[in-house]
Design a protein around this ligand. Structure first.
Ligand code: BES
Ligand code: ZN
Length: 404
């Protein structure tokens, strides 16, 4: 479909849904925060949407205007689709259940960790773990997750996928009393996030967090029975993370800090699962050494192997990631790119002031064209998992070095 045609479709869909709501009783309200570029796109089709507050927020290499907007909850899916399809780069948004939460989200706090955390100290542990990592287990996780009809945050198969991952992680942790696997329930929708925690041997209250999102979506016609395999977005991230954990457990390694792995629910509808969890960490005053987000790891669309996002991420930790690549994966070529406001779960941690990085599979100009469609399958990511294995190895090196 040409981009002109696509725009026309989106205009009609959005206009129809707006017209349908005229005159009907008031629906449930929702709030989002959204970057200026995406907001302007939305305004062209839904001019009645106004920003209740705008703020210029600082990002690593400049600043961006962000708006808090109130809208009808029923419009969220259409708006998410419109933003995603119409933006040259990916421009997301963050969902908020109240006006005060939305306004609070415009505040960016900074949390700086001592640089001495970063460094290459555990070659003895990392190298054998990386050598033991394989494509096969990544492939089976991607195939298992993408076999669910969809993993939508509000659907039955979305709940089943979350339960499936719980069992798979429990199997990995079997026989280890220092490892716990749990569901994190969220308010307002049935899909739970899944967590695996390896309790640290002597800095147990400090966490190294690695996450990926469990849910999937299609932009048009989402329903209980709609096919949304989400093999790349983001079964691949969950699979890379799972292989890192498998190899780490297999090696018998006991971290000094706690390692906390999370498969988030409800990313595709405004980063809802990860916002809940990052806020809980903040409220409990938990110390976080660092957060790594893996969202899309198996489609190699561009010449470099790994693209580090430079916006809404932590520059010092990004430099450490580059150092890890140099030390443990020297054959890989590193690039840099930006993703815009609220594009994945890293933004939820960044919003709470925690240092977060997101290594991405491609440049945004050459991103996977099948995501958010029924064609996001393993076959359409090249039918193999060599690319996702690079991210799995990076995640394993990150977990070991930062937990030491
Ligand atoms: N994995 C995507 C982010 C992404 C999209 C990366 C396109 C590269 C290219 C993520 O799951 C997603 O779809 N995010 C939404 C925002 C979300 C808050 C609805 C997006 O970018 O539209
Ligand atoms: Zn995603």
């Amino acid at each position: 479909m040409t981009s002109g045609l696509l725009k026309l479709c989106l205009f009609s869909i959005l206009c129809l849904s707006l017209a349908a709501s005229a005159g009907s009783p008031p629906r449930k309200r929702a709030w989002i925060t959204i970057g200026d570029a995406a907001f302007r796109q939305i305004k062209t089709v839904a001019p009645e949407l106004t920003s209740i507050e705008s703020r210029q927020v600082r990002v690593e290499d400049g600043s961006e205007k962000v708006h808090a907007v109130v809208l009808d909850e029923g419009k969220l899916v259409t708006i998410a689709a419109a933003i995603h399809q119409r933006m040259g780069q990916c421009g997301g948004f963050m969902y908020h259940a109240s006006e005060s939460e939305a306004r609070a989200a415009l505040d960016r706090r900074r949390f700086v960790l001592p640089a001495r955390l970063y460094g290459i100290h555990r070659r003895d542990v990392v190298e054998p773990i990386l050598a033991n990592m394989q494509e096969k287990p990544i492939e089976s996780t991607i195939l298992a997750l993408s076999a669910f009809t969809n993993r939508y945050y509000a659907s039955k198969s979305g709940v089943e996928a979350s339960n499936w991952l719980l069992s798979a992680w429990r199997e990995l942790a079997a026989g280890r009393e220092d490892i716990s696997v749990a569901l994190v329930a969220h308010k307002g929708y049935p899909q739970s996030s899944v967590t695996l925690t390896i309790t640290g041997t002597d800095l147990a209250d400090e966490y190294v967090v690695v996450g990926a999102h469990l849910d999937s979506i299609i932009s048009f016609g989402m329903s209980e029975t709609a096919r949304a395999p989400g093999a790349d977005d983001d079964a691949s991230g969950v699979a890379s993370m799972t292989e890192a954990i498998r190899a780490l457990i297999d090696s018998g390694y006991r971290p000094r800090r706690s390692i906390h792995v999370i498969a988030y629910a409800a990313e595709e509808v405004g980063l809802r699962g990860s916002q809940d969890i990052a806020k809980q960490f903040k409220q409990a005053n938990r110390k976080v050494a660092g957060v790594l987000q893996l969202d899309m790891t198996n489609y190699k669309g561009a010449p470099n192997d790994i693209y580090l996002l430079t916006d809404y991420t932590n520059a010092a930790q990004n430099a450490f990631i580059a150092e890890l690549v140099g030390a443990y994966l020297p054959e890989l070529k590193l690039g840099y790119d930006k993703c815009g406001y609220g594009c994945s779960d890293h933004a939820s941690w960044d919003a709470q002031g925690y240092p977060v990085s997101m290594p991405f599979e491609s440049s945004f100009a050459r991103d996977n064209p099948t995501i958010h469609t029924s064609r996001d399958t393993l076959a359409n990511s090249g039918g193999q998992t060599a690319h996702a294995l690079k991210f799995a190895r990076l995640a394993a090196a990150y977990m070991v070095e930062l937990s030491f």
